[in-house]
Ligand binder design. Structure first.
Ligand SMILES: Cc1cc2nc3c(=O)[nH]c(=O)nc-3n(C[C@H](O)[C@H](O)[C@H](O)COP(=O)(O)OP(=O)(O)OC[C@H]3O[C@@H](n4cnc5c(N)ncnc54)[C@H](O)[C@@H]3O)c2cc1C
Length: 699
């Protein structure tokens, strides 16, 4: 049903000769304080008598309510036993100021009586026009809260308009803020959603978490009763970047939400030392990192350092391919993947950059297909360039190049400055506990989601779980809505209702693609790598072993006389293969690699304490992060923004960026706003959008 048809039905039922008489006091009608053309607003209904079964809302001339056009209709609603408190109003961009909202009784019997159908009327509504904001870039201070993002990914106005067109409109129940909400998954996206809903007065949620702790992929492990912690999950956050060509320093705006979240939690926890989150610098690269892959040895057999290779590029192995065709294809790829303007646009406004990449068709081609069929490179050259990197989708590699790719080396366009959390990332997820622990259920793994009939012809969700591994009789609980904050690698184990085609395929095992990673941390009684002629403080070395790949020296306790750890971190295909290793074999392989760089002293100083986690083996994750295939962003992301079976999917995998904490947090803003709009709570959705830097959401 489009707006014109809706209008025709509404006016037919009302009759064209409505007269406004004295029965305007059945419901008191007010609106949001701030009503802006082209945005969403709430119409508040305060019922003085029992509402009719069906009603219509118009915004039209206060004195001539008969002169209505299809644009004036706010919606047509069936009252299902409850007194609707609010209506969601997509205010047309050309709406006249100082008209009134009229509520009409649309009951047939009422209509037949021929009495007045106007049962409520607002005072004239002042409609504000949009002030064109200066963009973050123009202001030179890219604070997310000041965003005027064109790259809107979640269009709340369109969503309400669509619902008005197809369903008649969005109205709330009698007490929308009391709707019961299950948040499945206590990772950062679930935790943040809970806090965001609380912040706008929606408190009736429950976090249901499969494991015995919150934090999900946040996995800080303190080793052997020492103060050394190993980050088996996230360990660093890009904060700012300085470009070489113009010395410009930019903040990573998409990561600001992570820093903001920590600040908010610190304030909520009154800076109590138990919960406090402090950021400290993370050193991503150090000049004395040892680079044993793709390099020659010094004359005395020593492995060269990063600094030495920078000073003498002859220490690099000669490139395996140098043909003109190769150089030309590489240059064409770099024009897309390493363009300063594009990388800066990602740092300034990742949503707009993402949208541009989608609009430019970068999600339509794999990197291989582009090289072969557009750049006309041979199979051999294509394969050489493709296997040199870990990526095959342009957007993913672009995002990588905008942070990890800016490593300060000679060939790089700039250098990223990194931060990490003093005491570990789990401090960030633990800091939520004082605010959520009264509504948290641990050790409950959801295995089934159903759409069930609620009271008054509404629908709800029912969640089921097994009480234990041996007891396979489901226990269940019903909620008005479910926010599913677990990766699809886990929802794939759930019995789910049938979702619409695209969403169903994204969830299915043939759909959204995921990747894995392994980390192994070894504890040493001394920080031997920080001593000697070429001390290493932070960064990571590359041992000769290709499978081991990278050995990190975490920055905590730099240059202090305390134990320390070296950490093996490997993604890509290797992490899938390492799953086949026993703990012992994996740890010994890593130790051998450390010895190959630092000599036998490493073996002597190894304490025997280790942590190992291959994320494919993690019971409640079974992935490290999402790595969409070609066209999956363009096709799937809009599908997450539609609520089906009263269920909203959030989490790192549903955002325009992946594998970052900020990806999860932005999905929480979007999911919370989506839920509030479902409940008709437009004012709260707007407040949340503003408070949590979700200006990329159009409301
Ligand atoms: C190895 C690694 C390194 C990383 N490095 C960084 C980094 O340096 N910087 C950065 O910013 N990000 C990094 N990330 C990414 C970041 O950790 C994630 O994006 C983020 O933590 C994901 O949060 P989430 O809430 O979306 O999902 P999760 O953390 O996976 O949360 C999902 C939750 O759902 C629970 N669950 C699963 N199934 C069920 C079920 N059936 N019923 C109930 N509960 C269930 C899980 O136990 C979990 O608690 C890294 C991730 C990994 C794995």
């Amino acid at each position: 049903m489009d707006r014109k048809v809706l209008f025709a039905i509404a006016t037919l039922l009302l009759g064209q000769a409505q007269t406004v008489s004295g029965r305007e006091n059945l419901v008191r009608v007010t609106t949001s304080k701030d009503v802006r053309a082209g945005e969403l607003a709430n119409v508040y209904l305060n019922w003085l008598e029992k509402p009719p079964n069906s009603l219509t809302a118009f915004y039209t001339s206060c004195s001539h309510p008969n002169d209505t056009t299809p644009d004036d209709i706010i919606g047509q609603y069936t009252v299902r036993g409850q007194h609707p408190q609010r209506l969601a109003w997509a205010v047309p961009s050309n709406a006249q100021s100082d008209n009134c909202v009229f509520i009409y009784n649309q009951d047939e019997n009422h209509h037949n009586e021929g009495s007045s159908k106007v049962i409520g009327k607002s005072k004239p509504v002042h409609i504000k026009r949009k002030v064109q904001k200066r963009s973050a870039a123009e202001m030179g201070i890219p604070l997310l809260q000041d965003f005027d993002s064109l790259g809107t990914w979640f269009d709340g106005v369109a969503s309400i308009k669509q619902k008005t067109d197809y369903k008649g409109g969005v109205s709330s129940g009698a007490s929308p803020k009391n709707a019961s909400i299950a948040i499945v998954g206590g990772g950062i996206s679930g935790l943040a959603t809970a806090l965001m809903l609380d912040s706008v007065g929606v408190h009736n949620w429950e976090i249901i978490e499969a494991s015995g702790r919150v934090g999900g992929r946040f996995r800080t492990k303190y080793m052997a009763d020492t103060q050394e912690w190993a980050e088996m999950g996230p360990m660093r956050l890009p904060h700012s970047v300085t470009y070489k060509e113009d010395n410009e320093t930019l903040l990573y705006t998409d990561h600001q939400l992570t820093f903001q979240m920590a600040e908010i939690l610190n304030t909520m926890n009154k800076n109590a030392s138990r919960w406090r989150i402090d950021f400290i610098p993370w050193i991503q690269h150090h000049p004395n990192e040892l680079i044993a892959q793709g390099t020659r040895r010094h004359a005395d057999g020593r492995i060269p350092t990063r600094g030495e290779i920078e000073a003498n590029p002859d220490l690099n192995d000669p490139p395996s391919m140098t043909s003109a065709e190769y150089e030309d294809s590489e240059k064409k790829m770099d024009n897309i993947l390493k363009d300063t303007k594009t990388l800066k646009s990602i740092q300034k406004d990742v949503w707009r950059a993402h949208k541009t990449a989608m609009d430019e068709g970068l999600d339509d081609w794999s990197e291989q297909a582009m090289m072969r069929h557009v750049f006309k490179a041979s199979e051999n050259v294509t394969d050489q360039i493709w296997t040199d990197s870990d990526y095959d989708v342009f957007w993913d590699e672009l995002h990588h190049n905008s942070n990890l790719g800016l490593d300060g080396s000679k060939d790089s366009l700039g250098e990223t400055h990194w931060l990490c959390i003093d005491g570990g990332f789990s401090r960030l997820s633990d800091a939520f506990l004082p605010h959520i622990k009264d509504r948290l259920t641990l050790n409950r793994q959801i295995r089934k989601l159903e759409s069930v009939q609620g009271p008054n012809d509404t629908s709800r969700t029912r969640l089921s779980w097994y009480p234990s591994v041996s007891n396979r009789t489901f226990e269940s609980k019903e909620y008005d809505y479910t926010i599913m904050a677990v990766p699809f690698t886990m929802t794939r184990f759930m019995d789910l209702p049938t979702f619409s085609s695209v969403l169903g395929r994204a969830i299915s095992e043939a759909g959204l693609r995921f990747k894995s990673a392994c980390k192994v941390a070894l504890l040493f009684s001394e920080r031997f790598w920080e001593k000697g002629e070429r001390p290493i403080f932070g960064g990571y070395s590359k041992p000769p072993s290709d499978p081991v790949g990278a050995l990190y020296y975490p920055v905590y306790g730099l240059n202090e006389s305390r134990p320390g750890l070296i950490m093996h971190y490997r993604g890509g295909d290797w992490s899938d293969r390492f799953v086949s290793f026993s703990d012992e074999e994996h740890v010994q392989t890593v130790l051998d690699s450390i010895v190959s760089l630092h000599g036998e002293q490493a073996r002597d100083l190894y304490t025997g304490d280790y942590e190992r986690l291959c994320w494919l083996q993690d019971e409640h994750t079974a992935t490290a992060w999402c790595r969409p295939d070609v066209e999956q962003h363009k096709l799937y992301i809009p599908a997450y923004h539609k609520t089906e079976h009263n269920t909203i999917f959030i989490g790192e995998h549903t955002a325009p960026t992946h594998a970052w904490v900020s990806s999860s947090l932005h999905s929480s803003v979007r999911g919370s706003v989506q839920l509030l709009l479902e409940l008709g709570l437009v004012d709260e959705a707007k407040e949340l959008n503003k408070r949590w830097m979700g200006r990329w959401i159009k409301l």
